[in-house]
Every structure is written in structure tokens, then in C-alpha cells.
Write a protein that binds this ligand. Structure first.
Ligand SMILES: [Zn+2]
Length: 138
């Protein structure tokens, strides 16, 4: 008989606007679309790569992912942004609309990582972006 496992509860949701203490200190923030971001982070977790808390905006369908300081100036991944310390939503297309942000922090259920690894995130975003574009994503 199936039991509740970590795999069944993959994200711990917190209805707060401020980062969980796990994030700790200042960070650069990667912004991605929520579909690309969640597929990439789930993929990283399956591979055992470091994934920390993320901020999800339900209004703009965006994810904000804290990564190491110093990432912003060398971040070049299409359809994403990386800014020092900013979790404000940058909306570029009319399809995502306007309106007030409705946001929640989510932490991987099994995470001991304060933040997501920027180099792993960059690599896996490029892989997942290509997979989604060609319909090969899991
Ligand atoms: Zn927003």
C-alpha cells in the first residue's frame, strides 16, 4: 500500500512574502517562466543537484530563484533574467498580463541547500529549454 513519501510532497509551501531563513543573506535572483523553472528545478532535484527555496508569482507565472552573489553580471540564458537581490516581477509579454503579484515561497521538501547552484541552474535551464521546445521534456 502506498504511503506518503518525500516524492509525494516535493515542495513545502509557505504563504509568506519574505524569504525563508534557509535562504540566508543576500543573493542574486534568477527570474524564469514558471513552467520552464519548475521543470528545470524538478529535473535538478532528480539529479541530486543543489536546489534551495524559490519564490513563485501566480499572477505573472514567474519563478524567482535565489543563487550565489556575483551571478548577475555573467548570466546569459535566453528568456531568463538575473538581477542582484531583486524579486520584483519583470513582465515582457502581453500574455502574462498585469496586476498585483500573488506570491508564495516554496522549499524542496528534502532540501538542505540555502540556495540553488547558479552553474547547475544555468546548464539545466539550457537543457530543459531545448527539451521543452522539441517536446522531449518528461
Ligand atoms: Zn508577479
Amino acid at each position: 500500500m502506498p504511503t506518503a513519501t518525500r516524492a509525494g510532497m516535493p515542495w513545502h509551501v509557505q504563504l509568506v512574502e519574505y524569504p525563508p531563513p534557509l535562504t540566508g543573506g543576500r543573493a542574486d535572483i534568477v527570474q524564469t517562466g514558471s513552467r520552464l523553472g519548475m521543470c528545470t528545478l524538478d529535473d535538478m532535484r532528480k539529479l541530486g543537484l543543489p536546489v534551495g527555496p524559490v519564490l513563485y508569482c501566480a499572477t505573472h507565472l514567474l519563478l524567482h530563484i535565489p543563487v550565489e552573489l556575483g551571478t548577475a553580471h555573467r548570466w546569459h540564458v535566453p528568456q531568463t533574467l538575473c538581477r542582484p537581490g531583486s524579486t520584483s516581477c519583470v513582465v515582457t509579454g502581453p500574455e502574462t498580463g498585469g496586476g498585483r503579484c500573488h506570491r508564495i515561497w516554496m522549499t524542496p521538501h528534502d532540501s538542505t541547500h540555502g540556495r540553488t547552484s547558479a552553474s547547475d541552474l544555468r546548464h539545466r535551464l539550457l537543457v530543459m529549454r531545448s527539451a521543452l521546445a522539441t517536446g522531449r521534456a518528461a
